[in-house]
Write a protein that binds this ligand. Structure first.
Ligand code: XMP
Length: 506
């Protein structure tokens, strides 16, 4: 197996995931436990993840130098590479920054980690620090225009990469990891997700009691809910909150999915009250908290009613791996934003959490949904954030702005659908930016809101790139939005990759 030392990278779990896809066992550990775990588990290789800290900062996570005398191959990624360089006698400074795609040139192919890899390819970077002096004995394998030490090694099979081979947008990233695994002497086995085990797990956990489920209409909670329905039938009670911030038709979708099990979801309508609570709130984190707390309140109320007649033990949620990571699920990770389906719920609900897809990535959840027989159009439905339209409206959320948002959203979806592009995009949505600009409509000059269109492609959510939508379709979307949606002066297209920009604007 391979040990992954987690320095808090947003993508540390992705490394584990890639290894899992390559049929290799691994364990994520904290740097403080490294020596102990090496002795205990005798790994065939070690990967040092990236992380948000700077190696030269006081209190930054570090490692014992003894880790490097272990004679097993080591791959340091980003922070992991910088720490390797520092500990072995190199130098790291707050150097030239790179965020997003960069071209790397392989200038020396003397290592088998480069096997079957082209001379030049695109890698994904996300760093503000830079290794400016290599430790003694290290040689360069590859460089980008910005960093000369983008890919390095020494004769003891210690490797360093400044880029992230684990993210999907790094070309040949998986091949580099595969080559590293081979260097460690590991032969992988193919992993499959076993539906029967997941269902049995739920049965065992729940016993004879009831489960209520927070169903958003999205693929994650529906797959989780479908597993629960298979496991415990009508003892699973799906609850959908119609708070006005979700895409239209979602409640019907939820009803259809659970009909096959003879389950009628409970739909709680609360659009007006939701808007009242969001009145005047402009801070994105406050919006999330208000929406999340309102959710909890409604669930508690429903729970109090239901528990009078039924023994309810668990609350089912469709939390997936990326939600956990981005809500600071690991010790050294920086908090990006709170996902309301991760934090907060258990303490107030007095219910245990049931999260059957917590360890899976989006594409794995989709594959599972397909195996469970969910319809294709549903599996490929775009994910929709828990706080819904509220985080796509910069500034205050009002009934008028919500209507604008819904109209523009529908236009984008319709145009992508007409052009047969919708199935290729991960997310598409408008952002009411809150900025105003001039427009001339008819004879009058007026100031109206700028709407940004965001359309991105991604497989595993951790990285994404903007969709290269044909100009003709962008033109149609733009014309329809300025003509059909009230008080819009301008439409702009967001061409930023993740990293550095997140997909959502808030
Ligand atoms: P970001 O903006 O973090 O989005 O690149 C990644 C994925 O997460 C969704 N997202 C959220 N989902 N609560 C959610 O349930 C949230 O607060 C939230 N913020 C972002 C986003 O739609 C995308 O699918």
């Amino acid at each position: 197996m391979i040990l992954i030392v987690d320095f808090g990278s947003q993508t540390a779990h992705l490394i584990k995931r890639r290894l899992r896809d390559l049929g290799t066992e691994s364990e994520l550990i904290h740097p403080e436990d490294a020596l102990l775990k090496i002795n205990e588990l005798k790994p065939a290789g070690i990967i040092l993840s990236g992380g948000p800290a700077s190696v030269y900062e006081k209190g930054a996570p570090t490692l014992s130098k003894k880790v490097f005398t272990n004679k097993v191959p080591i791959l340091g990624i980003c922070y992991g590479f910088q720490l390797t360089a520092k500990l072995l006698g190199g130098k790291v400074i707050a150097g030239r920054k790179e965020y997003g795609p960069a071209r790397i040139s392989i200038i020396n192919s003397k290592s088998s980690i480069i096997n079957k890899i082209p001379k030049e390819f695109t890698v994904w970077q996300s760093h503000g620090d830079e290794v400016v002096k290599l430790p003694p004995g290290f040689k360069v394998l590859g460089a980008t225009k910005i960093v000369p030490f983008a890919f390095v090694h020494n004769s003891k099979n210690i490797f360093g990469v400044q880029f992230h081979p684990e993210v999907e947008h790094t070309e040949n990233g998986t091949k580099i990891l595969e080559n590293f695994i081979e260097l460690c002497g590991i032969k992988g086995l193919t992993r499959t997700i076993n539906i029967r085990d997941l269902i049995e797990d739920i049965k065992k956990t729940v016993g004879g009691s009831y489960v209520i489920g927070a169903i958003s209409g999205g693929v994650d909670s529906t797959v989780a809910g479908t597993l629960a329905a298979h496991a415990i039938g009508k003892r699973f009670i799906p609850i959908y909150v119609e708070n006005g911030l979700m895409r239209e038709g979602t409640a019907d979708h939820v009803r259809i999915i659970f009909k096959q099990f003879g389950i009628v979801p409970k739909v709680i309508k609360c659009e007006r009250e939701m808007l009242r609570r969001l009145k005047g709130i402009t801070d994105p984190e406050k919006k999330r908290t208000i929406i999340g707390n309102f959710y909890i309140e409604l669930f508690e109320k429903e729970f109090e009613k239901l528990k009078k007649t039924k023994p309810i033990s668990h609350l089912l949620q469709g939390t997936i791996y990326s939600d956990v990571i981005e809500s600071q699920g690991t010790r050294h990770a920086a908090k990006i934003k709170s996902h309301h389906n991760v934090g907060g719920l258990p303490a107030t609900m007095k219910l245990k959490l049931l999260e059957p897809v917590r360890n899976l990535y989006k594409d794995e959840v989709r594959a599972l949904g397909k195996k469970l027989g969910l319809p294709d159009d549903f599996i490929w439905k775009q994910p929709f954030p828990g706080p819904g339209y509220a985080i796509r409206i910069r500034g205050g959320v009002t009934a008028e702005r919500l209507i604008k948002q819904k109209m523009a959203d529908k236009i984008i979806l319709e145009e992508l659908e007409h052009s047969n592009i919708l199935k290729n995009v991960f997310l598409s949505f408008p952002v009411l930016t809150g900025a105003e600009s001039t427009a001339v409509k008819g004879d009058g000059r007026f100031f109206g809101e700028v709407i940004a269109v965001r359309i991105v492609e991604s497989r595993d959510v951790m990285t994404s790139t903007w969709s290269r939508i044909p100009y003709g379709i962008l033109q149609k979307i733009s014309s329809r939005i300025v003509n059909e949606v009230p008080n819009v002066s301008r439409v702009v297209y967001d061409i930023t990759t993740k990293p550095p920009a997140t997909m959502e604007w808030e």
